[in-house]
Design a protein around this ligand. Sequence first.
Ligand code: FAD
Ligand code: 2HG
Ligand code: ZN
Length: 479
Amino acid sequence: MFYSVQIQAFRDLIGQTGVVDDPERIATYTTDQRQLFTGSTFAVLKPATTGQVADIVKLAARLGIGLVPQGGNTSYCGGATPDATGSQIVVSLERMNRIREIDPVSMTASVDAGAILKSVQDAAAAAGLLLPLSLGAEGSCRIGGNIGTNAGGLSVVKYGMTRDLILGVEAVLSDGTVVSDMRKLRKNNTGYDVKQCFVGSEGTLGIVTGAVLRLAPFPVRRATAWLKLAAGTPLAELLALVRRQSADLLTTFEFMTATSIALATDAMINPPSVGAGPGGAVLVELASSSDHLDLDGLMEAVLAEAVESGWVDDAYLAQSGSQRAAMWEVRESIPEGEKRRNGSVKHDISVPLSAIQRFLGLAGSTVRNYAADLELSVYGHVGDGNLHYNVLVPSGVDRIEFGREIERSLSLQLYDIAASLEGTFSAEHGVGRFKRHLLEKYGDAGRLAAMRRIKTAFDPSNLLNAGAVVYPLEPSSIR
Ligand code: FAD
Ligand code: 2HG
Ligand code: ZN
């Protein structure tokens, strides 16, 4: 076999169990989770320690083999998938899944990068604490992948993105140097904030092997409501009302259109009878770690004012844990609902909150002009100015072909609108391999130059996830 010498060299380094070269087992690591692209690799490496990751990087650098770090392979932009050349090797962190420490006093979780998000949430909860990162893929995505994509999700409006939750990091650089900065400090102004370089860099600057995450007090009270919106409800104003009148106890403000809700409920076994008003619906949640607060009473007062304002036609407060869970299940089933209906072409846009209504208006007329019969599934984390503005693939149509056609035409018009409103073509899903051309098109020239310099400084040989996010500097321009 062409790469047998290399495979043996990696086996000698990290042992038999750490190297997978059986094509059948490799296959799950080479296709992205949306099944848009299948790359190729001759082996998947599964290190068990940070030392082994460092050894892998050093050997790969010597052999000139590119490395693609992978966590749960749930990301949306093809960043965890090797390219088609067959010369990159996947480094899966899945065996490095230890929760190293939950420190209830410092309120931190120190974990291996391969720990599954849900298992870290559970370990924190067992100590009465909350890891406030929550997303539909939490049962399979891993902390290193969350850091790689700077994952957002369902409670960003209160707690921020992964970037806001990371206190310390351990990572291996492209020459095998280990950055060991697993400190729990909130304050540490000692020069460049190196850990933040790894956040959102999608495996192009280093392989993260560990992280210290910030925890919060566990919310013992939650009030969850489903709001049916009147036609033309100004979402940002409604959000401001809820934040103000709930004393900013808001943790979730998720918008959904009627189509998205129908897709989700179609995919559920026991769907609740929730629906949308003419302006869609919003899932709102308030949370408190204090059991002295009457959160339901507060929510009822907020809802009454929202109805009074004329922006909300109807509102329901979940009366039990199972009603709350059902409301959440609707929201979280939308991606699965889209998948079952032949998929969607995804647009993970964000604009300033002040421009969200304008985006919806302009994008809506753009889609209608493009093709009056196209169906949209529009939903998302409006509390963060982030919409998933997805075009449904018509049934009976080839999903991949349709996606290519839309991405060449309509998608660019939608991204142009987002850009004209000072927004972005990727709010939380990253750039990966699929959106690199969009970064070239929409990225500020100075920012791109800075990114190339950072990439070149961290990884002069372009060993780490080459082909994702950004091209390095031309070799001739490296001094
Ligand atoms: P992977 O897909 O394995 O990798 C992602 C990127 O990080 C790749 O570029 C990879 O090379 C890099 N990487 C992985 N591990 C490391 C490491 N140890 N060191 C350095 N780089 C690394 N995303 C959101 O932001 N918000 C959501 O609400 C959300 N909901 C989702 C719902 C569903 C149903 C699905 C399928 C996905 C959703 N996602 C969401 C996208 C995805 O789950 C996130 O991007 C997640 O953070 C990816 O984690 P992962 O472990 O699967 O990473
Ligand atoms: C979500 O918010 C995820 O559910 C997935 O970010 C979005 O599938 C999508 O478009
Ligand atoms: Zn999302």
